[in-house]
Design a protein around this ligand. Structure first.
Ligand code: B12
Length: 308
């Protein structure tokens, strides 16, 4: 039995013309509809969702050539960006509900409940949206509560431990294709906050990258050695705290000297304090997950096939 709907219905449900749907398939490999015995295309619910997300992301200014093959998790993030005509973003209520259940679990120091709230969130929202709409705000609210003294260190440790394990499983539970571009992810020496690096690592796997995740606080020589050894295409560094480390500029310069031509991406709340040196060493700074996806796509598109 055949499953799926015809191209006419797919066009109606996505708001795309049949011509565009066919072009996105043939030219960019954006979807792979199955065929009836008489070779007519059939579109599954997953493909319809993919087309809807691609339409929305292209309306928000992304080029179809750059995003056609992204996983649905990454597309959902791009599709949430504001479109030029100011159309309202799709903010799933479920994300709010999951976030508030997660905060309740943290307040009562119930790490097991937090874990199961987030696990059910993966099912309803997918990894990308769960990270964007639940994990990042959760981390920020815990940090704020901690600063104000309404939450204890134990609350923060409960969140960090659960999120660390979850993001780690996103990164390691993914099998990239054989020719996937390689991203090395770590933090420079003295930067022990690790969750930003894990967020980037998980986002990159959703964008089809093979991630070599090295954990936090690694010396420049070690970073460069792994970069060369893994034949990497880009390096991502997270910079969160401290924001006033006098030794960090020299470490960043050393990394650039060891990897003079590597695309290097930096992010995290403290990057703003190191703006001058980051621009001197030509690191691309990303402020959020959507801009990280955009930069990773740009690097991937610019990739020169390795001459082996
Ligand atoms: C978890 C946590 C810890 C954990 C870290 C555990 C771990 N394994 O990582 C522990 C308990 C170890 C810790 C320790 C400390 N912490 Co702390 N910590 C946090 C917390 C809650 C989350 C940090 C985090 O991971 N944020 C990362 C992400 C979610 O946020 P982001 O930086 O905005 O990044 C976004 C983007 O930039 C992007 N991104 C991030 N990195 C990258 C990288 C790339 C390449 C790209 C493309 C994008 C990208 O992703 C994010 C999502 O959009 C924050 C609160 C907060 N609001 O951040 C405090 C916070 C960072 N900590 C703080 C402090 C003060 C400390 C301590 C000094 C506390 C103490 N007295 O001991 C120590 C310092 C430890 C040290 N030696 O440096 C302060 C820093 C204040 C400041 N002046 O900057 C904060 C802000 C809390 C607060 N509000 O006061 N901390």
């Amino acid at each position: 039995m055949n499953h799926g709907v015809s191209i006419a219905i797919a066009a109606r449900r996505t708001g795309l013309s049949q011509h565009v749907i066919r072009a996105w398939e043939k030219r960019y490999g954006a979807i792979r509809p199955s065929r009836t015995d008489t070779k007519r295309r059939l579109y599954s619910d997953e493909e319809i969702e993919r087309l809807q997300l691609l339409r929305r992301a292209t309306q928000a200014g992304h080029s179809i050539g750059n995003i056609a093959t992204l996983a649905v998790d990454a597309l959902r993030i791009l599709a949430e960006e504001k479109t030029p005509d100011g159309a309202p973003m799709r903010l799933p209520d479920t994300a709010e509900t999951i976030l508030s259940a997660a905060l309740d679990a943290v307040r009562s120091l119930d790490c097991t409940a937090l874990e199961s709230v987030l696990q059910s969130g993966v099912v309803t929202l997918g990894r990308g949206l769960l990270t964007l709409r639940v994990i990042v705000p959760l981390i920020q609210q815990i940090g704020d509560g901690w600063e104000r003294g309404t939450l204890r260190i134990a609350h923060e440790h409960c969140v960090s431990a659960v999120i660390r394990t979850m993001l780690g499983s996103f990164v390691h539970g993914y099998s990239p294709t054989a020719n996937a571009p390689v991203l090395v992810v770590t933090t420079p020496p003295g930067q022990v906050h690790e969750l930003g690096a894990l967020i980037v690592a998980s986002t990159a796997t959703d964008c089809g990258w093979k991630v070599v995740y090295l954990g936090p606080s690694l010396p420049p020589e070690e970073i460069a050695a792994v970069y060369e050894r893994s034949n990497a295409n880009a390096l991502a560094l997270s910079i969160i705290y401290p924001a006033d480390d006098p030794t960090l500029p020299a470490q960043l310069r050393a990394i650039r000297q060891l990897l003079p031509t590597a695309p290097i991406i930096a992010g995290g709340r403290a990057t703003v304090s190191y703006q001058a040196v980051l621009s001197e060493v030509r690191f691309t700074v990303c402020e959020d997950i959507a801009s990280t996806i955009r930069v990773l796509e740009a690097v991937r598109m610019a990739r020169i096939p390795s001459a082996s």
